[in-house]
Design a protein. Sequence first.
Length: 383
Amino acid sequence: MEICKDSKVCGGCVYQGVPYGEQLANKAGEVRRLLEEKDIDYGALSPIEPAPDRFGYRNKMEYTFGDMEKGGPTTLGMHKKKHFMSIVTVDECQLVHDDFNQVLRAVLDFVTARGYSHYHKKTHKGLMRHLIVRRGVRTGELLVNVVTSSEEGFDEAGFVEMLRALPLKSKLIGILRTVNDRLADAVYCDELKILFGRDYYMEEVLGLRFKVSAFSFFQTNVAAVENLYSYALDLIDDFEGKTVFDLYCGTGTITQTLAKKAKKVIGIELVEEAVESAKANAALNGLDNCKFIAGDVFEVMNSLADKPDVIVVDPPRVGISPDALDQIISYGVDQIVYISCNPKSLAHNLYYMQYYGYRVVSVKPFDNFPGTKHTEVVVLLSQ
């Protein structure tokens, strides 16, 4: 594939034009360097797992309305490299299905033709704020969510008519409008309106069905995460009759995969909406041996009478907090599987766990986000 026309200005990809083998070598080398800097005795470092698809793999994009130059025409897309206030229109992005690019261009044309203003971060005035596009890779369902302020004048009926007339390959199952009047430059939902269809799409991962609502977290690269989860679960010797804790479980994708093998699985997650989704999805898949609890991971573990036989952790980028780490170590389980989206915080946590008697049995990096700087890593620890 040719180098993206926006590669010099868009802050999305860092590896445009770099041969894929070199990208993989850089990412694997970074993982090794971070582990060695912390003196982690890491046993076997397996080769990095390439992504199933290098292009078109993202199932969600959050675009911002703005301008490239102050006072210039309205743009819609990603922040410019090293210029947070400037927005680049990315209507030929290679990381998404082409329907995303088509929707972006059509929405920008719609907004420009009607002379709608974009929201200004400094004056806090303007109508158009963000556009979120999400797609079920296995189902082909597309969900479009436009985020505006509560200023008058947005033509909801015209917006629906315009989107429904597009010759998309995916099935457009929902058009939403989110009203957000908060000052922060982030998507908040003061009010959610369903303009057409429904406010969720369906997805399938490892033979399980998931209902993904407008704002719930879901894995961004479905094919790659299936590889990663399959590998991670195969690291555990035997789930028969065991109780498993799945910490930082999100919408419970891995919890439910574990529930097909273990006696009982408890998923813990801070975000309440994610937990509600997880419960609904477990019911949808007919799984009654997994339980989801919303709350701080340390506080929930501290209050549970259950004791785990195996622990799976998939923490956010900051890693596991010190108090949660102490609690995990105190259970003394034989096997812990650590799934990390940030090798730096992973190395920090492993250093601590190594000091308290856990050894790193294996490390395997995964390239789930080709073209970008991000690397996932799966680690097996044992007592």
